[in-house]
Ligand binder design. Structure first.
Ligand code: PMP
Ligand code: GLU
Length: 397
């Protein structure tokens, strides 16, 4: 029987979580899988943050928090936005949720009416179009090719805008490509957006601190854009806190109020102990962030050089996040034993089952020629995974 709502039947499961689950199941059966499917730092949460959480438990942070989060956390986020991004927000313009994932979903649910269009540059994070559909809207993708470093141009953006366009989702540094928009590139997109002041930009900056260019830029910093922008960020990636589930939006007050109303009926404020830990992360010593960034940069250089050595892999140089997104379509139509590779998902399955390396096919990222590999794992795993992939794809004829 399937008596689920149409809303749910329209929704596809998360390909990143599905692939990671499949690889964990194979691991549990004793197969030596290298999991490069899920995007999460392999580091543990830094000690001072854990200490703050332990103290929060002893201090009885065991009650409901205000729906948008404790003042101590919202103030720490206001200070972070000023210190790191030179942006002025008030605590009333901040709302904390169960991870940046809920922050994106809240914002879309708060803004989108049936049939509204949301422009999503492809390749995109798997959840964006699904969340737009959940909110009743239509995801409209713009293709950014590997030749354009997976970044859209102002002309492409303008061509995609219609009277139904309600929002644009930007993700920089990008999951899944690692591309980073410079301030100048964001200014170019903003020049188009200023002609359409009703369009809201969701600026997903969750990979802000995993950046190899030396500078993170937010479209909210472009003069005239802040009142049309919702910044989405959190602690998951910068502080290796994926399981603590704290994300936030920084946005015009009318949007924060809308998300607050939704969250108040839906989940209430996020976990009280995690909020205190996140406040300690934002307010504490930031050296841990730089140390992890440097480790990711080393791994990026390693994986890119090894992946470029794999015949048939076309690899761009990522400027941020912890993913490579090689184009592998030269293998489509080739076979090994009874298996023929037709799509990037077939290719990812082939790598999982034959090379025992878990990746994610590009299909669900809106880029059917590519696969995503997360290098948030040890250098030893990266070397071994690339060796396995190189040896395994050699069988494809
Ligand atoms: N945005 C992007 C682009 C992501 O890759 C992720 C990772 N899950 C999120 C948002 C959500 O992060 P969080 O763990 O804070 O929910
Ligand atoms: N953002 C990570 C990824 O893309 C975590 C999994 C998810 O939430 O999709 O792999």
């Amino acid at each position: 029987m399937n008596n689920l709502s149409q809303r749910l039947n329209r929704l596809q499961p998360s390909a990143t979580l599905a692939m990671s689950q499949k690889s964990n199941e194979m691991k549990a059966r004793g197969i030596d899988i290298i999991n490069m499917s899920i995007g999460e730092p392999d580091f543990n949460t830094p000690e001072p943050i854990k200490e703050a959480a332990k103290k929060a438990i002893d201090d009885n942070y065991s009650h409901y928090s205000p729906v948008p989060g404790y003042p101590v956390l919202r103030n720490a986020i206001v200070d972070k936005l000023k210190r790191e991004n030179d942006l002025d927000y008030t605590p009333a313009q901040i709302l904390c949720s169960n991870g940046a994932k809920q922050s994106v979903c809240n914002t879309l649910m708060a803004l989108i009416n049936d049939e509204d269009e949301v422009i999503i540059p492809a390749p995109y994070w798997v959840s964006y179009p699904q969340m737009v559909k959940l909110a009743g809207g239509n995801p409209i993708s713009i293709e950014a090719t590997i030749e354009q470093d997976f970044k859209i141009t102002p002309a492409q953006l303008e061509a995609a805008i219609t009277p139904r366009t309600k929002a644009l989702i930007l993700c920089s540094p990008s999951n899944p490509t690692g591309s980073v928009y410079s301030f100048e590139e964001l200014t170019g997109l903003a020049e188009v957006l200023k002609k359409y002041p009703e369009i809201i930009v969701l600026s997903d900056e969750i990979y802000e601190h995993i950046n190899y260019t030396g500078r993170h830029a937010s479209i909210a910093q472009v003069p005239g854009m802040k009142d049309n922008t919702v910044i989405i960020n959190g602690v998951s990636k910068a502080y290796a806190m994926t399981g603590w589930r704290i994300g936030f939006i920084a946005a015009p007050e009318w949007i924060v109020k809308g998300c607050n109303k939704l969250q108040g009926q839906y989940t209430s404020g996020p976990c009280s102990v995690s909020q205190i830990a996140a406040a300690a992360a934002f307010a504490g010593d930031q050296q841990c962030v730089e140390k992890m960034r440097q480790a990711f940069e080393h791994r990026k250089d390693l994986i890119v050089s090894l992946a470029k050595d794999i015949p048939g892999f076309e690899v761009n140089m990522p400027d941020g996040a912890f993913y490579i997104f090689p184009k592998v379509s030269s293998y489509f139509g080739k076979s090994y034993e009874t298996r023929t590779i037709q799509t990037s998902t077939d290719f990812a399955m082939f790598l999982l089952e034959v090379a025992h390396v878990a990746s994610v096919g590009g299909d669900d990222f809106g880029s059917p020629d590519c696969i995503r590999l997360s290098y948030a794992t040890s250098e030893e795993n990266i070397r071994e995974a690339m060796k396995r992939i190189r040896e395994t794809v050699a069988h494809l004829k």
